[in-house]
Ligand binder design. Structure first.
Ligand code: GDP
Length: 290
């Protein structure tokens, strides 16, 4: 049983709506989080769009937070898929955003004239930056931007210019999180909410990934050597460094865990990716063998 299950009822309705909209869509933009592109991709998007043979602009967003090396590997990986153009960007850079319309046009050259406007649907799980992207594309505030997981929004259809129309879908999420590690990566990156108990588990998971892939960033931020440490020890190390104590003098594990998560989420720890194509392949193989 996965540790984190998440399937609010409105996701069913969102899927139905997306199915209908797909019929009248020329290009699908799927936005994922560059730090965890596979875990933050909803398999339903792929299913819906390939069923209708729609091309996809796969946007790896938040590259300002992700490890550039890992992002380059992911771009190569997605570019090898049929009917997909992969694009790494951050909504923080207007120049990155401005390239999107022409990338979409290349994917559907028969559209984009007044009689046949290019119809683009933006899809993706909550919190990957869809609203921010819409706003940046439209250069004005039309969509609600929030840092709370799963802010529900109704579907919007907006003309970008005379020849291009954008449709936003409500955030689609996995119908079921198949692998625990996906749930942990999503929770660490704040794409799904957790309670305090699970948050500690999420922080331990994150600490273990950091130990494996970015020990030097832990040392740089918190000043301890990571040799011989496990995830719990990392969190204790963070708390000890910061002097987080509960009444009676014991270490405040909850606060320490929260600090580690916050330092990852804000980028204070550095540019970090939680998965790469090879690490994904290993997790999938492990999962299949279970
Ligand atoms: P949506 O749920 O997919 O529509 O996501 P939002 O547009 O509401 O964005 C979720 C959070 O991610 C907000 O706090 C945004 O400010 C933030 N965000 C969006 N794009 C980027 C980006 O490129 N870099 C960073 N660091 N944060 C981003």
């Amino acid at each position: 049983m996965p540790a984190i299950q998440w399937f609010p009822g409105h996701m069913n309705a969102a899927r139905k709506k997306a199915e209908e909209t797909m019929e009248n869509t020329d290009v699908v933009i799927e936005v994922v989080d560059a730090r965890l592109p596979a875990a933050s991709s909803n398999p339903m998007v792929e299913k819906l769009r390939t069923f209708r043979s729609r091309p996809c602009l796969k946007i790896l967003n938040k590259t300002d937070l992700a490890d550039p090396q890992a992002t380059a590997e992911w771009i190569k990986f997605y570019e090898s898929q049929p009917n997909v153009t992969a694009y790494a960007m951050t909504t923080k850079k207007p120049a990155d955003v401005n390239k999107i319309p022409s990338l979409c046009k290349k994917l559907a050259p028969h559209r984009g004239v007044p009689t046949k406007p290019l119809r683009i649907m933006i899809m993706g799980i909550p919190n990957v930056g869809k609203s921010t992207l819409m706003n940046a594309l439209l250069k004005k505030r039309v969509a609600k931007v929030g840092d709370e997981p799963a802010v529900t929004k109704s579907q919007q259809r907006i003309y970008l210019d005379q020849f291009t129309v954008l449709t936003d879908t409500p955030g689609l999420m996995w119908p079921k999180i198949d692998m625990d590690s996906d749930g942990f990566m999503l929770a660490a990156s704040h794409a799904i909410g957790t309670n305090a108990v699970i948050e500690e588990e999420v922080a331990v998971f994150l600490a273990e990934v950091l130990l494996e892939r970015y020990p030097e960033l832990l040392t740089a931020r918190y000043g301890f050597k990571t040799e011989g440490m496990d995830g719990v020890a990392v969190i204790e190390g963070v708390g000890a460094r910061r002097g987080y104590r509960v009444k009676g003098g014991d270490l405040d594990f909850e606060k320490s865990a929260h600090t580690l998560l916050l330092d990852y989420r804000t980028g204070a720890l550095g540019r970090i990716s939680l998965e790469t194509p090879p690490s994904r392949a290993v997790r999938l193989a492990q999962h299949a063998a279970e």
